[in-house]
Design a protein. Sequence first.
Lengths: 283, 252
Amino acid sequence: MTTQGYPAQGPVRVSRELAPWLRIWAIARRHAYVLYRSPHRLFDVTVWPIVDTVLFGSLGVYFVRQGGPSSPGQAGIAYLLSGIVLWHVVYQAQIAVSTGFMEETWSRNLLTLMVTPLRELELVAGIAVFGLAKLIMGVGVVALAAFALYAFDVTTLGLGLLPVIAILLLGGWTIALVVIGLILRFGNGAEALAWGIMFVVMPLGGVFYPVEALPGFIRPVSALLPTTHAFAAGRELIDGGPMPWGQLALASAGTLVAAAGALAFVAWMLRLFRRRGYVTRYS
Amino acid sequence: MSDVLRARGLLKTYRRGRAVDGVDLTVRRGERVALLGPNGAGKTTTLLMCLGVVEPDGGTVEIAGHRLPRGRSAAMARVGFAAGYLPLPERLRVGEFLRMFGQLYGLADPDTQAMRGLERFGIPHLAKAMGTELSSGQKTLIGIVKSTMHDPELLVLDEPTASLDPDVAMRVRTGLAALCEERGTALLVTSHDMVEVERIAQRVVFLSAGRVVADGPPLEVAARFGREDLEEVFLHLASERQASEHTEGLRP
């Protein structure tokens, strides 16, 4: 071990403007290594999407066969398959960010990260940036499986799909922020919510059917969820209608309000986390 | 000598009671300070408040002129932190881990700094090792390399040599002392090894029941308590603490 060799000048640093982007990049890269070295985590972006496609695609095929070629089931199979493709936008965006944050708690890396210049939003942004890569993989697998197994081409929905995907992406990140807030407050015991919360949102969020299909007492809750209107917009596109601006506007406004609420919630939980010294749970 | 860390009147109360009760702590540029005290004295809470990880109920913390919590990010760019009890992330090689932290600290060439740090502590051969392949002593050394590679103004080490063999611990102490001398880095260290503290620290701050009960050079502090060395001071404070807890327990 040498005790000399400390250069007279300190190390060269990037500019103040560049530093936040470098920190976000560092986090994204760290999570890329985690996926690369944990092949079992590919389950979420390969096997699960195929299972979902086969499940809902086959369900659709069965109903079509039951009802004959002129039955409304013909549209139903398209609803189911487009629903599952779009659902995986929400699911993959949410799971990638939630589990990315949990990775830092599982590896007891949270305290070490908190004693660096990294800001909380940069941590989430870094995880979300890498999460986009996982999302592209996951949604790509669903779309390819739907095409290969059921000849359903999601791109036939046209450019109208892009705003729907953008809204659902933000919706997934919003749910992830709520999950992170709960983990900050309740510790890793709350991690079951990362997966569990999606099974609540799925039936309520109008993924495969309109609000009217739900039992009456649940409808107001479903109508309040922004995803309900985004998926409704997706179905209007399948039906060949014009760009569903009304549904898109409702979904956008609702998602923005929900995202603002989730940000406020996670900021509140973070303050509580610092005030009560919960970081010692992870050290 | 300018202050790198200045904490004033720190207060913290948890449900179980007051953990820190009006602690003042100053560390000057190039100074080597040890924060000591028996279990439950408030060391970790004080350290975490100084690092901006735990919010104090009262008091202020300033690092290199940046007031927490507002200036936390800028302050942390000037701080290095390592703890003997913190693991390395499992799915990273040592070089990748150091590059990540170099980038978090805004280094333009983190790989070169990482290699310099590894060479400085005599472990360049570990650059390609996975975190899971390292011994606890090697992990501690990597943590120290991580915490020094960005040339911090304040280096905070929590139990840094707890898992090291005596010869490696001695080399770490020598390396840290050289860093403080040559770069003017201030060192704030906690340890339960009083012999080590006497060797590395120029000043010790003793905490007991969340309060500073002594602050000064190791020998002076020992003399103030009428003891031979810091170990005896430590044992004295620990027994006082136990006695007071016992008395409180007997109260109706």
